[in-house]
Design a binder for this molecule. Structure first.
Ligand code: PLP
Length: 299
């Protein structure tokens, strides 16, 4: 009996245990990070905002000129069947399209590669463990790594170019911090590994509009902020403005709104999560529980 306890994958038409899912060492997804992906959460046995994640995935494919045979409807079916087979009711579900292996051996022409799609799911990933979100994340602004410029690698096409984040993360861990956020070359706060960043001052919330992935959770946060009567500004966020904020939080499909209580040596709201970040976190999970934007899976 295949063991799906650690998750499942869909590859070449088969659903297999995630540990058995492999790609070739010649795949440009691996050798050139020439790959795009998207990650949709499953909560209480339902996909959250799946059509929105699929739409972003299609945009990423177009941006990178990747072509796969699966239609959005087929991908929907694949994801439903795969998660059902895994039995996971809370899951991190990844859909991936890679440039693939050159069909002409040794070719350096991306058009010679056989693009391909695969998917996998594992138990739900909290990018900050719930206890950490409860305490508040300590965020380190990387000193040696800037976010890769958007005219070099398009951050809106979700990608595996994580060298800048990994450098920042190693710096953060060495400095005793939980996570990192990167600046752009103009000193504006962009994003971190797997999350967008928001700053609240008075009644106004600011999050960057450029140099970042347009997170689906970012979108949910904007909607939840507006529903709470907050003014939302999507524009560059200078570091000095972040440091002057009343509250800071991160947003991710892996945990919703995640309060930040420290950025470098600055301590926010008496070193505990601020009331707005707390409320937005609760709003997000209430929305997941209500299922307004969810698609149930038939297990
Ligand atoms: N920014 C980056 C670089 C990411 O990788 C992610 C998600 O993994 C996000 C932001 C947040 O996006 P979403 O809310 O769609 O999960």
């Amino acid at each position: 009996m295949p063991d799906f306890t650690k998750g499942a994958a869909w590859m070449d038409g088969q659903i297999i245990p995630v540990a058995d899912a492999k790609i070739s060492v010649l795949d440009w997804g691996l050798t050139h990070s020439d790959i795009t992906y998207d990650v949709v959460p499953v909560w209480n046995g339902s996909f959250f905002r799946l059509p929105d994640y699929l739409a972003r995935f299609r945009q990423s494919l177009a941006a990178l000129q990747l072509t796969i045979p699966q239609t959005p409807e087929e991908i929907t079916t694949i994801l439903h069947r795969m998660v059902a087979r895994s039995g996971l009711r809370q899951s991190y579900v990844s859909m991936v399209a890679s440039r693939g292996v050159p069909m002409v051996a040794g070719s350096r022409d991306p058009r010679d590669c056989a693009n391909h799609f695969y998917a996998w799911c594992v138990p739900y990933v909290h990018i900050a463990k719930p206890e950490l979100a409860e305490r508040g994340v300590h965020l380190w602004i990387s000193k040696s790594s800037r976010r890769i410029p958007e005219d070099s690698v398009n951050p809106r096409a979700k990608n595996y170019h994580w060298g800048d984040f990994t450098t920042g993360l190693l710096e953060a861990k060495q400095a005793g911090f939980d996570n990192t956020a990167l600046l752009d070359h103009d000193g504006n706060v962009t994003e971190g590994p797997g999350f967008n960043i928001f700053a609240l001052k008075g009644n106004t919330i600011v999050t960057s509009d450029h140099g970042v992935l347009h997170g689906i959770t970012r979108r949910t946060m904007i909607e939840l902020c507006e529903a709470r009567g907050l003014a939302v500004e999507t524009r560059p966020l200078p570091l000095a403005e972040l440091m002057e904020a009343d509250e800071v939080f991160m947003s991710s499909s892996g945990g919703g709104a995640i309060p930040v209580t420290r950025v470098d040596d600055r301590v926010f709201s008496n070193d505990s999560p601020g009331p707005v970040a707390r409320s937005l976190r609760a709003d997000y999970f209430a929305l997941l529980e209500r299922g307004d934007l969810s698609q149930p899976i038939t297990y």
